[in-house]
Design a protein around this ligand. Structure first.
Ligand code: PHE
Length: 444
């Protein structure tokens, strides 16, 4: 009936890498990371998290890239083709996860946009706690949730080259430059030395005492921040045309994401210590209440506020587009939908799903913990088992392209994926489900 549609692709290698970095760097680094660090044992959490990023995150990212570039399909199509049979339901799981995450992600990102605008007037400085309560729920929150979602829809509607690639080429370098500038500024503050000491000295006793909650939290954070476990990296690598070295790209992406999370700590903690607020009262509002109030007190605070929330908004947007793209690529490839309509319809549906969170922020934990500690871990586990045990040869052949031969690295990778990564994921998933069941019980 119709000629096969020509699938889009990235215009440049840099475009793909920047898009993946843009996806990885987001609320996970700026909002979620500091409050996870505070909530689960300070620097102790940091150590477990880094361990997960290196030993689990890198192999799991390569799993997604090998599937995506090999099949050049959206995650649902890719898994149907790759695994066949029942594996295609993992693709369905990814679509579900995308809706869950995008919906609340956009509500929080909406707060960020609001705070960015408010930084120009200093609206939040006088009574930060009350201000946050006032704007974080109700119609204010709904409005900014809509604004943010509309921006994500607009970018995705323009497609890979003209939408996502153009956007990330502007956004990602801006994020990096502005954040480094903030870290240099923070270094000049009075409280910097004390802050570095707090941030950089782990207390291993704490990990041991609390491992049942540190472990799944650190695993969840690793997957969340690297955008793994829901097919984003499958989708992005499916638009790759040339065969480049995927191992190299993975290294760059992980290094940027981890580096940026680390630099955020170098910005946030010196500011808090300078004003004399110890970061012992974490929670989803930490950045908006504790940190925002300091902008009224530190030197050049107004400018710092504008830059900080500006960076934060860009980072959130470059991630939200990747989440939306997972579902849009599915609708376009498999259901024959027109891209603009798909972006609008899917973004609109995610907007509606996010409304409970916009009206009552108590729902955030319910969405967020389900997504990070249960769904993303489950998604990654299924992919790791599929590639490790059912399609190892095919995946190795794919990763070999663009290299001068994988050698023993390939063997190391596949065995990492088959055994230790799979085991850690099973354990994390179990603990994550137990923790989530507790949370649900508390909630009801
Ligand atoms: N990785 C991004 C972040 O850290 C966004 C994201 C989260 C993408 C979870 C997918 C899954 O904010």
């Amino acid at each position: 009936m119709s000629l096969e549609k020509i699938r889009e692709s990235w215009a440049t290698r840099v475009g793909f890498v920047l898009a993946a970095v843009g996806s990885a760097v987001g609320l996970g680094n700026v909002w979620r990371f500091p409050f996870q660090v505070g909530e689960t044992g300070g620097a102790a959490f940091l150590v477990v998290y880094l361990f997960f990023v290196l030993l689990i995150g890198i192999p799991a990212m390569l799993v997604e890239f090998s599937i995506g570039r090999d099949t050049r399909l959206n995650p649902v199509g890719a898994l149907a083709e790759y695994g066949g049979g029942a594996w295609k339901y993992i693709g369905g799981l990814f679509v579900f996860i995308a809706f869950v995450i995008l919906s609340y992600y956009s509500v929080i990102a909406g707060w960020v946009v609001r705070y960015f605008l408010d930084s120009f007037t200093g609206a939040y400085s006088d009574t930060p706690g009350e201000y946050f309560v006032e704007i974080s729920t109700g119609l204010d929150a709904v409005l900014f949730h809509a604004v943010f979602m509309a921006a994500a829809i607009a970018i995705v509607a323009y497609g890979i080259r003209q939408g996502i690639e153009v956007a990330v080429k502007v956004m990602v370098p801006s994020i990096v430059v502005l954040l480094v500038a903030l870290a240099v500024y923070a270094f000049t503050l009075e409280g910097a030395a004390e802050a570095y000491a707090f941030y950089l000295s782990p207390d291993f006793g704490e990990i041991a005492a609390d491992w049942q909650s540190v472990l799944p939290a650190a695993a969840g954070q690793a997957f969340f921040t690297l955008s793994l476990g829901m097919g984003i990296m499958i989708t992005y690598s499916s638009y790759l045309e040339e065969d480049r070295n995927l191992g190299e790209d993975t290294g760059i992406i992980v290094a940027f994401d981890t580096g940026i999370a680390f630099i955020v700590g170098l910005v946030v903690f010196p500011i808090l210590f300078t004003v004399g607020i110890l970061p012992d009262e974490p929670g989803p509002g930490a950045i908006f209440v504790t940190l925002a109030q300091t902008f009224g007190e530190i030197p050049l605070g107004a400018v710092v506020g504008i830059v900080f929330f500006g960076v934060f908004a860009l980072a959130a947007l470059s991630s939200a587009i990747s989440i939306l793209e997972v579902v849009v690529s599915y609708a376009v490839d498999e259901l024959g939908a027109e891209r603009k309509r798909a972006a609008f319809g899917i973004g609109g549906a995610a907007f509606l799903i996010g409304l409970p969170v916009a009206f009552d922020s108590a729902y955030i934990d319910l969405y967020d913990q389900l997504a990070a500690e249960v769904l993303l871990v489950l998604g990654s586990l299924l992919l790791v088992v599929l590639v490790g045990w059912f399609a190892a040869e095919r995946a190795l052949k794919e990763l070999e392209k663009g290299t001068s031969g994988l050698g023993t690295l390939g063997t190391v990778w596949i065995w990492l994926v088959r055994v230790p990564v799979a085991i850690v994921l099973v354990v994390s998933l179990y603990l994550g489900v137990v923790e989530y069941a507790d949370l649900l019980r508390e909630f009801i």
